[in-house]
Design a protein around this ligand. Structure first.
Ligand code: UT7
Length: 326
């Protein structure tokens, strides 16, 4: 098996920032409620760019940061809950936009855990020799599938994209991966696609609007338990303990979920990287966006061990223990 490492990151978020106070103009909410219940202060909202465009901008930045030729990319795995189209995959749209004509491309659907599932999948391609240089992206325009009349969901989410490029390497940067799913909790975070409506179906059926709905409290309880469990699982059977980890980079959904996880793990909040105040929950994009911001802020040094950990619709969850080798 080959070793794999992250060689570059990139990210992009739409220009338009929407503060909590602005949302109180369209739904019955307040800055006080949103900040105290979630920690979110603002989010970026697309004013026309679709998911593939955000993803392309993040990918181009990663290629530039890594000084990598798009023709060297032989695999694109893109995680999204808000694709441009049923078909083609958003990964194929990015391929065409960046000129990565040698790549095999597909999307991964694992909601907010999407980047973890995509990075796990792509790293297995590189480990087995099926890929040499893979582009992994988490990208969302959630604003197009939010119900802007539902205050319990629309205030929490935002749009954005993040990318990482991985390559076969001498040293091992992807130390261990842990993932899981619980389809019995499918309705906890739900967004329907089109129903079966055709001339051969008996009885009248109406097409449904594809909006996100969520059982917030259920998801909260699940997340507060599954983050610590995923962190413990990904450390298991490695030589590392939580003390060796410089940063935990959690899915950025709610500061109170992260506080509850920190308490269970008996570690300080200073171990967690947090930027949800600025971007809200961008689903599959939160973790790669955070990684790129950490790189820009100079927080990561060669040899640092970090854990990325997420949970989301499915329900899905997982974590990856990474040695930073850039
Ligand atoms: O990527 C995974 C995505 N999902 C999550 O991570 C969600 C996890 N869950 C959460 O983050 C929290 O459960 C929420 C932030 C969604 C909600 O916080 P909560 O403390 O669980 O509040 P709640 O749902 O119990 O609502 C409390 C009250 C309710 O009013 P009543 O029934 O007590 O009168 C809601 O109607 O707050 C009301 N409410 C709001 N008020 C002002 C709900 N949304 C809003 C709002 N502004 N935006």
């Amino acid at each position: 098996m080959n070793n794999v490492k992250i060689v570059a990151t990139g990210s992009y978020a739409p220009e338009r920032s929407v503060k909590n106070s602005e949302l109180s103009l369209i739904v019955d909410t307040s800055d006080e409620w949103i900040s105290s219940r979630s920690g979110i202060k603002e989010r970026r909202i697309s004013t026309g760019e679709n998911t593939s465009e955000l993803a392309t901008k993040a990918a181009l930045k990663a290629l530039k940061n890594g000084n990598i030729d798009p023709l060297d990319i032989d695999l694109i795995v893109l995680a999204t809950t808000s694709p441009d189209t049923f078909t083609p995959s958003t990964a194929c749209l990015v391929q065409a936009a960046i000129g990565a004509e040698n790549a095999t491309c597909f999307d991964v659907s694992a909601a907010c855990s999407g980047f973890i599932f995509a990075l796990n999948t792509a790293s297995k391609f590189v480990m087995t020799g099926s890929s040499k240089t893979a582009l992994v992206i988490g990208a969302e325009v959630l604003s197009k599938i939010l119900n802007w009349e539902d205050r319990s969901t629309c205030v929490l989410f935002g749009d954005g994209a993040g990318a990482a490029i991985i390559q076969k390497s001498e040293e091992n940067g992807i130390i261990s991966c842990y993932t899981g799913s619980d389809g019995t909790k499918a309705k906890a975070i739900y967004c329907p696609a089109t129903g079966v409506v055709n001339p051969y179906v008996e009885g009248k059926k109406e097409r449904v609007n594809s909006f996100v709905s969520m059982q917030g409290k259920e998801v909260f309880k699940f997340a507060a338990k599954i983050i610590p469990k995923s962190v413990e699982e990904v450390l298991k059977d490695t030589k590392y303990t939580i003390e060796d980890i410089k940063y935990i980079v959690p899915h950025q959904a709610n500061i109170r979920i992260i506080e509850a996880a920190a308490k269970r793990l008996e570690i300080g909040m200073d171990k967690f990287f947090i930027n949800l105040d600025k971007y809200g929950n961008t689903s599959a994009a939160t973790i790669p966006l955070a990684l790129d911001e950490m790189v820009k802020d100079g927080l990561l040094e060669k040899g640092d061990k970090i854990i990325i950990v997420g949970f989301g619709g499915g329900l899905t969850y997982g974590a990856i223990l990474i040695e930073w080798l850039i």
